[in-house]
Ligand binder design. Sequence first.
Ligand SMILES: *Cc1c(COP(=O)(O)O)cnc(C)c1O
Length: 381
Amino acid sequence: MARIFLSPPDVGPDERELLLDAVDSNWVSPLGPHVDAFERELAAYVGVGHAAALSSGTAGLHLALLLHGVGPGDEVLVPTLTFIATASAVIYTGATPVFVDAEPSTWCVDPALVDTALRRRVKAGRLPKAVIAVDLYGQCADYDELEAVCGELGVALIEDAAEALGARYHGRAAGSFGRLGVFSFNGNKIITTSGGGMLVSDDRALVERARFLATQARDPAPHYEHSTVGFNYRMSNLLAAVGRGQLRHLDEKVARRRAINRRYRAALADLPGVGFLPNAAGGEPTNWLTVITLDPAAAAATPEELRVALEAADIEARPAWKPMHLQPVFAGAERLGGQVAERIFTTGLCLPSGSSLTHDDQERVIATIRSVLAGSHQVPA
Ligand SMILES: *Cc1c(COP(=O)(O)O)cnc(C)c1O
């Protein structure tokens, strides 16, 4: 039996056709017609005016911060429960991340804590330059609250939608909240270009500035003229061709992940101590990964015991994100709360959720989990 991966790429004949078109046209790099088309098509899908295709989602977050003037001495509020790239981008600019706990109903950044932190800093006369919200595991953060407080106090809100392409919140597409949104096309995300990212915004000037900074900040001149230092962050025409093929099938891929999530819920919810990442009201998540939680007081195994049992059956599962405030590299960083994120980390396990997961393979995952969690359940004395 073949190994079952957590969230592998899901590539089809459209990608092959478009990729060969790019090769046959000899337009493999750097930019080109597939890049322009991918930007247009993705912006149209998200319902925003403009998009810049980049080498990674991390590059998009870095540029998003620079476009808001974030630099040394500044603070940026960042959810503690996320992938490290959200925080790394802050470090690249020389600014300092302040980690904010998750809320139990979404697992995304707690807007009440963001509100408190911002108002406390208004009093101290030192507002953070930006707040980054992450649409965790493909579920949008509470943007009603976040947009209200950031708007009132004049703090830039940046949306890390790396896991959420195709999600909606009160009918609006993920990526369209705040002034800038960032997507990732890493191999394990909703759609992939093998590696890549996209920065989106309704603000044309911001996106043009992002493209300028991402192509070594070349000033308009026949020779190489530079008045600022930029980056080599653009996407190649080859990868954009793959991305266009993936985008054609985005809705199907999201529908598959949602169906996988529903099936896990139906098949596992009766097991003692088993819970799931909640689907928040008003949201339509991508269910990028299905994450179960195991209550230590009731479940027959710990997440790590279950992960090891799945691994023995050649099934890949992974712990939930380890909070940034627990990471050695961020020891001593300031944080607000953290207990919610810590509990998700210690009780959570991410299950195989890729859009190419077959019915039979998901059955195998479910059967293995049930054998671990149902078999040895004991009623406490
Ligand atoms: C994947 C991911 C990123 C980084 O994207 P890359 O394209 O891998 O650089 C950033 N933030 C979150 C929340 C992610 O899951």
